[in-house]
Design a protein around this ligand. Sequence first.
Ligand SMILES: Nc1ncnc2c1ncn2[C@@H]1O[C@H](COP(=O)(O)OP(=O)(O)OP(=O)(O)O)[C@@H](O)[C@H]1O
Length: 300
Amino acid sequence: MGISVSNITKSYGKVTALSDISFDVKPGELFGLIGPDGAGKTTLFRILTTLLIADKGQATVAGYDVLKEYKSIRNSVGYMPGRFSLYQDLTVEENLNFFATIFGTTIEENYDLVKDIYVQIEPFKTRRAGKLSGGMKQKLALSCALIHKPKVLFLDEPTTGVDPVSRKEFWEMLKRLQKKDITILVSTPYMDEAALCDRIALIQDGKILQIDTPNAIVSHFPKPLYNISANDMYGLIESLTNYKHTYSIFPFGEFVHYTDKRDTMDIERLKTYLESQNLTDIHIEKTQPTIEDTFMELAK
Ligand SMILES: Nc1ncnc2c1ncn2[C@@H]1O[C@H](COP(=O)(O)OP(=O)(O)OP(=O)(O)O)[C@@H](O)[C@H]1O
């Protein structure tokens, strides 16, 4: 009753948005599609929610074929698209009522499922959706996607444009929904959110780079990784770019993430080199790779 995707390909004219994509989401799993803008995430969501037809390949959602049984899929899934899922001129309550009505149900009938989320915006139930904050819009959109008790929930970049506290709360809500036997496919460009999924697929340019648990993905990082900082970030990047032993560099907050071509690297020699480039306050220490590091390495 999860999701099964086999060899899905979709092009828009000359742009190949998805190229031979295959993966399965197990029933009850919280599965993340992680990739930058334009990777093909929205196209895949639209195919799985039967709004778009693939050029090639098959897919099933909740056991139903996306082509032959599209009507059953529409009754079994909840879809929170990245943008424009709410009617801005309707109030909070009217939006929820509208989504309940088109699925032939009522807010009361399925209130239990959305209660957790909806109570947080209920005090504003007479406010128009267009006047809500980003975090409140997101909670309303999630309530609307859930009001007909879907078996599978599709969330396309649900936390984009949402403040960090609301983002954290949102992920806690997803974990609670998962316990109610809902299979969740969520896309995000935020690598820190990827770590909260059961399994993730890293996707770029319409291709899947890797599928695994977040821990396993990180453990595939091929080399020791170092955090390097110095007084001048720009000079540090330039010097490391010109260093003959550099394998990869990647700006990461206040640090540069560095890997070396050699099997064993001499930290002191690298420090001496950077000092010779007029850099000061140089710190080099080994660090743990993140999903973002693995993504950058695979995307090379
Ligand atoms: N209707 C369309 N016509 C032409 N090209 C399109 C269309 N929709 C998407 N594309 C192109 O297909 C590729 C994948 O787009 P898609 O929206 O699926 O990616 P995404 O990962 O969801 O990114 P975003 O977060 O920016 O929506 C991009 O190169 C995009 O420009």
